[in-house]
Design a protein around this ligand. Structure first.
Ligand SMILES: Nc1ncnc2c1ncn2[C@@H]1O[C@H](COP(=O)(O)OP(=O)(O)OP(=O)(O)O)[C@@H](O)[C@H]1O
Length: 642
């Protein structure tokens, strides 16, 4: 029968992962069964869907099911499905290489995962699907035939460096995975998986909700009549209840059932932070069961990451990763939506324009946001976990979802100068605002340290005014899109003129200021001319107390971080000229004024101007356009002082 066998090598990272798996002390070795049943269930879903969509596909879908076979003598366990199956190429792509192993994050973790604890974390964080079989088996055989194809493929591996592929002429359609079990070792969580009782227990625990029958032959012993031997008969039993969890009300479902279902739909190994069951009746009838995970997936901010909601129509699986059901900024939400009135043939194109889908999306969005709001009010610690994991994604909604902006602002938190650690809500910020303060002050930048030590902060510190410290890339964007919170506008402390004085202070300072402006007028004009390539204006500052100078933008100019982000993404950035502000009390500034008035050494003066500008740029975390030139000027000066 066998045409030919070939041996292939696992890719390097996969090999490393397998090695970890084989030697893993991962305590929950039982989870291999959940993974295999989950894969089988997905394969059955896919076959049913494909048979709807492709009428030419000649397959029997009348008895789709999963079978578990135990062979005690051979110590093997087989999980079989008559689902979609895999072609030879699919086996190589899907089983021979582990998709996630190619990502930088996994590579980094693998490098660090020297010890057992680290491998445990890796498994828990990324999940390892099919490969989890190597925690309990020293050899795994997969025999699979794709629906519509004649030939089958046998894949086999001991989890070391290589695997074999064999072309097989005849095999039932679908997949069967046979595990050659390691010896039992209960102390290390390796149970006897040839025990019917154990398998039944695990299926109940992990996979009860699977919508397809999971069948197993079980031995039944009759109670013997007087003087007779008990009779053992074998019966095929369906060992799961097949109840779709989302059709049941919350009080009928245990927390553990929700947890296991979450792991099934999300393909994740963490626990859900929040479970959100929903039911809508009326014009558009649907049920939904959504989950907020407790840890962010490694690809949350990668372009190719997937949405997390599966769409069902009348309990029939239609598609996974249905992007139309929640806005992009809620892409971390996992779960299922089961709509009653859609066609089973619905395509992605139709979904995009469907009124019903749009209505469901609005409702789901509101429900998720209100759940977060309740979490914030009633379970602060849980909210804090949520915010740490998903806050960055949620803030994208501040730009993208104007309808829910108010709620999003309410449930967002920000770092602020009010405290070194911890975060503040906007409501708390407003509560603490000083008398006469009308705006919410913020500064964006790459790190807390850079922001706090930037010259722009000086006057705010001196006056004890609280400033939001915004360091996420997304902060650069939403601050331009959102005008106010509760009527208080957002004001960047690095943009525009700051006016922190009270009316009385202003009056008192006005005369002095006028005089200063007269005194420094000539210097300001000269600096604007000298530095005209980089700045559009020079003025005296009201925000500096210790630094000599700083650079500020006008209301519409880009912050230095945003400029860097654009540059990094390869986009052309228009060079926007900003304003140089001087601190008239600083000896460097007053000295420069005198020297400029005397005009004794023109070249020297120009260099000082350039140094002053460069220093202001560095202090705010900006980048010098010509660092070598700056360093040469500085070295020159220093040489004269040593
Ligand atoms: N029984 C099966 N029938 C058909 N295809 C399967 C079967 N088992 C696995 N596959 C294919 O192999 C792929 C890889 O499976 P694997 O369990 O390693 O990862 P996964 O389920 O995609 O993701 P995760 O690692 O998050 O569980 C699946 O996505 C599926 O396409």
């Amino acid at each position: 029968m066998t045409a030919h066998t070939e041996q292939l090598e696992f890719q390097a990272e996969t090999r490393q992962l397998l090695d970890l798996m084989v030697h893993s002390i991962y305590t929950n070795k039982d989870s291999f069964l959940r993974e295999l049943i989950s894969n089988a269930s997905d394969a059955l879903d896919k076959l049913r869907l494909e048979s709807y969509q492709d009428k030419d596909l000649d397959v029997d879908v009348s008895d789709l099911h999963i079978e578990i076979d135990i062979d005690k003598a051979a110590r093997t366990l087989t999980i079989r499905d008559n689902g979609i199956g895999m072609s030879r190429d699919e086996v190589v792509d899907l089983i021979g290489t582990l998709a996630k192993s190619g990502t930088a994050e996994v590579r980094r973790k693998l490098k660090e995962a020297k010890d057992a604890a680290a491998s445990e974390e890796l498994i828990g964080q990324f999940g390892i699907g099919f490969y989890s079989t190597f925690m309990v088996a020293d050899k795994v055989t997969l025999l699979t035939r794709r629906a519509g194809e004649d030939h089958a493929t046998r894949w086999e591996s001991t989890g070391e460096g290589t695997y074999t592929l064999e072309h097989v002429n005849e095999a039932p359609q679908g997949s069967s995975v046979t595990l050659h079990l390691m010896p039992e070792d209960s102390e290390n969580g390796l149970h006897d998986y040839t025990s019917e009782w154990k398998i039944k227990e695990l299926v109940k625990k992990y996979s009860d909700f699977i919508a397809w029958p999971i069948r197993m032959d079980v031995a039944r012993t009759s109670t013997p009549a007087e003087g007779e031997e008990p009779e053992v008969t074998i019966e095929t039993e369906t060992i799961n209840s097949m109840k779709a969890l989302w059709t049941r009300s919350k009080d009928e479902v245990s927390e553990d059932e929700y947890k296991e279902f979450y792991k099934h739909v999300s393909h994740a190994w963490d626990e859900p932070l929040e479970v959100i069951p929903m039911k809508a009746e009326g014009t558009f009838e649907y049920q939904a069961l959504l989950f907020i995970p407790s840890t962010a997936p490694f690809d949350l901010f990668m372009r190719e990451r997937k949405a997390g909601i599966h769409l069902y129509v009348k309990r029939v699986f239609i598609m996974d990763d249905c992007e139309e059901l929640v806005p992009d900024y809620l892409r971390f939400v996992k779960g299922v939506v089961d709509a009653q009135d859609l066609s089973l043939n619905v395509s992605r194109e139709i979904l995009q324009q469907d009124r019903q889908i749009a209505a469901i999306r609005r409702r789901l969005t509101k429900k998720v946001l209100s759940t977060i709001k309740d979490m914030k009010a009633n379970e602060p610690e849980k909210y804090s976990t949520f915010w740490t994991e998903f806050g960055r994604a949620l803030k994208e909604g501040l730009m993208a979802d104007a309808d829910n902006r108010k709620t999003l602002l309410d449930i967002s938190s920000f770092a602020s100068t009010n405290s070194e650690e911890g975060v503040t809500t906007l409501a708390e910020y407003v509560e603490r605002m000083k008398d006469g303060q009308e705006q919410i002050y913020f500064m964006t930048g790459e790190s807390r340290h850079l922001i706090e030590s930037s010259p722009h902060m000086e006057a705010f510190k001196a006056k004890g005014l609280e400033v939001l410290v915004l360091t996420d890339p997304v902060d650069e964007m939403w601050v331009d899109a959102v005008s106010d919170f509760d009527g208080k506008t957002f004001q960047s402390i690095a943009k525009g003129e700051v006016d922190l004085d009270t009316e009385d202070e202003k009056k008192a300072a006005e005369a002095e200021r006028e005089e200063k402006e007269k005194e420094f007028g000539e210097l300001l004009t000269w600096l604007t001319e000298t530095l005209s390539d980089d700045i559009k204006e020079t003025r005296l500052s009201t925000r500096l107390t210790t630094s000599a100078a700083c650079i500020v933008g006008d209301a519409f100019s880009m912050s230095p971080t945003l400029e860097k982000m654009y540059k990094a993404s390869g986009q052309p950035v228009p060079h926007s000229k900003r304003i140089l502000e001087l601190n008239p009390e600083h000896p460097l500034v007053s000295g420069l004024r005198e020297a400029q008035a005397a005009n004794d050494n023109a070249e020297n003066l120009t260099e000082t101007a350039q140094l002053l500008y460069g220093m202001a740029l560095l202090a705010e975390g900006g980048e010098l356009s010509d660092p070598a030139h700056f360093t040469r000027l500085l070295a020159d000066r220093l040489a004269r002082t040593v």
